[in-house]
Design a protein around this ligand. Structure first.
Ligand code: AMP
Length: 357
C-alpha cells in the first residue's frame, strides 16, 4: 500500500515525506481510512507500531481547512515523555500545515503553558492531572473540540488515571470523534471503551504480543551474579544503544553508576528526577552520548528512543504486559532488536507467562 491512496491534503503528504515514511505500517493501513471517515476507533497496538502517525495524520488532514486558533483535537497520554513524543511526531508530520500542537503536563510551571494556550493551538497533547488543573482554572476552551484520543489507555489505568479521564470526559463536547489506543485490553479498559466510543471499529495489530522483529534470550543467573553477567554480556556482544530495566529506582541508579565506572556511557531514568534532568538523560541517550540507559518501568513509560539494539531485563517485569511495553523500545518500525532477560529461580512463573506470549 502507498500513502498516496489516502489522498491526504498536499501539506500533510509533505509531512509524511519529511518524516521519511515510505509505506504505511499495518496499523496505519487499517486505521487511517476509518479515522478519515470520522469513525470512532479502538486501536489495539503497542508502542513501535506507528500508532501515533495512524491517528495524527487523519487529525492533521481533518483540521487543514478549519479556522485556526481554536482547540479542535485533544490527545491524552499517561506520561510527559509520551506527550512530548506525540507532539514532536505531530510537529514533524504537520510541519507544512501551520497547525499548532502544544503539550500540557505537570512538573513544570503553569504560566508558560497558559501563555502558549493564549497564543492559540489547534492540537493539545496532555497528561491528565495538569489538564484538569488547566480546565479548572478556565485556561482552555474545548467547546469546539472535534477529536479526542486516549493513548496508552492501559498505562493510564495502571497509573490510576481513569477517574481523571472520566472528569475530563465531562468537560469536552459529547459530539466528537473518539479514539482509544491500548497495548492490552484489561476489563476496565474494555468497559471504558464501551462507555466512551460510539460504534467503534476495532483495529488490532501484533495480536498484543511482542513485535516479531525482536528475538528473546533468557540468561539463568543467581541474583548476586546479575551485574557480573551483564558486564560480561556487554563485553561479548556487539551492542548499540542498550535500555536496561530494573525493579526499583535505587537499583537503576546504582547499576548505572557501576556501568559508568566500568567505562560505559550510562545514565539512569527514575521517577525522582526533575523534568530537566529526565530530559537531559533522554536526550543524552537519544544522541548517543550515553550508550546505556537504566530505567524503571514507571520512568520508561512512553519514551521514544528508536535505534535501541538491546533491551536488558536486569530484573524481570511484574507482568507479561510490562514485558511487552519494555521490549516495545527495540525492534521498532521493523528494525530488529534483542531482548536479554536475566532470570533467577524466583522468576519462573513470570518467565512461563512471557514464554506463552
Ligand atoms: P509509534 O508506534 O507511533 O511510537 O511509532 C514508532 C516509530 O515508527 C516512530 O519512531 C515513528 O517515527 C516510526 N514510524 C511511524 N510510521 C512509520 C512509517 N510508515 N514508516 C516508517 N517509520 C514509521
Amino acid at each position: 500500500m502507498d500513502f498516496r491512496e489516502f489522498h491526504f491534503h498536499p501539506s500533510v503528504a509533505a509531512g509524511i515525506r519529511a518524516a521519511g515514511f515510505e509505506r504505511p505500517t499495518p496499523i496505519q493501513e487499517k486505521a487511517i481510512v476509518p479515522l478519515m471517515k470520522g469513525l470512532d476507533v479502538m486501536g489495539l497496538a503497542q508502542t513501535g507500531t506507528g500508532k501515533t502517525a495512524a491517528f495524527a495524520l487523519p487529525i492533521l488532514n481533518r483540521l487543514m481547512d478549519k479556522k485556526r486558533g481554536l482547540v479542535r483535537a485533544l490527545i491524552i497520554a499517561p506520561t510527559r515523555e509520551l506527550a512530548e513524543q506525540i507532539c514532536r511526531d505531530i510537529n514533524t508530520l504537520g510541519g507544512q500545515t501551520r497547525l499548532r500542537c502544544m503539550t500540557l503536563y505537570g512538573g513544570v510551571p503553569l504560566s508558560p503553558q497558559i501563555q502558549k494556550l493564549r497564543r492559540g493551538a489547534e492540537i493539545i497533547v496532555a497528561c491528565p492531572g495538569r489538564l484538569i488543573d488547566h480546565i479548572n482554572r478556565g485556561n482552555v476552551d474545548f467547546s469546539l473540540l472535534e477529536v479526542l484520543v486516549l493513548d496508552e489507555a492501559d498505562q493510564m489505568l495502571d497509573m490510576g488515571f481513569i477517574p481523571d479521564i472520566r472528569k475530563i470526559l465531562k468537560r469536552v463536547p459529547r459530539k466528537r470523534q473518539t479514539l482509544m489506543f491500548s497495548a492490552t485490553m484489561p476489563d476496565e479498559i474494555r468497559q471504558l471503551a464501551c462507555e466512551i466510543l460510539c460504534k467503534p471499529i476495532t483495529v488490532q495489530v501484533g495480536n498484543t504480543a511482542p513485535a516479531d522483529t525482536v528475538s528473546h534470550f533468557h540468561f539463568p543467573v543467581a541474583q548476586d551474579l546479575k551485574t557480573s553477567l551483564l558486564l560480561k554480556i556487554l563485553k561479548d556482544t556487539d551492542v548499540g544503544s542498550v535500555l536496561v530495566f530494573t525493579r526499583t529506582k535505587h537499583r537503576a541508579k546504582r547499576l548505572s553508576e557501576i556501568l559508568s565506572k566500568a567505562g560505559y556511557g550510562s545514565t539512569s531514568l527514575q521517577g525522582n528526577l526533575s523534568q530537566a534532568r529526565r530530559q537531559a538523560a533522554l536526550n543524552g541517550f537519544r544522541s548517543g552520548k550515553f550508550q546505556i540507559l537504566v530505567a524503571t518501568d514507571i520512568a520508561a513509560r512512553g519514551i521514544d528512543v528508536s535505534n535501541v539494539s538491546h533491551v536488558v531485563n536486569y530484573d524481570a517485569p511484574a507482568t507479561p504486559e510490562a514485558y511487552i511495553h519494555r521490549i516495545g523500545r527495540t525492534g521498532r518500525a521493523e528494525k530488529s532488536g534483542k531482548a536479554f532477560n536475566l532470570v533467577t529461580s524466583d522468576d519462573s512463573a513470570i518467565v512461563r507467562s512471557i514464554d506463552r506470549i
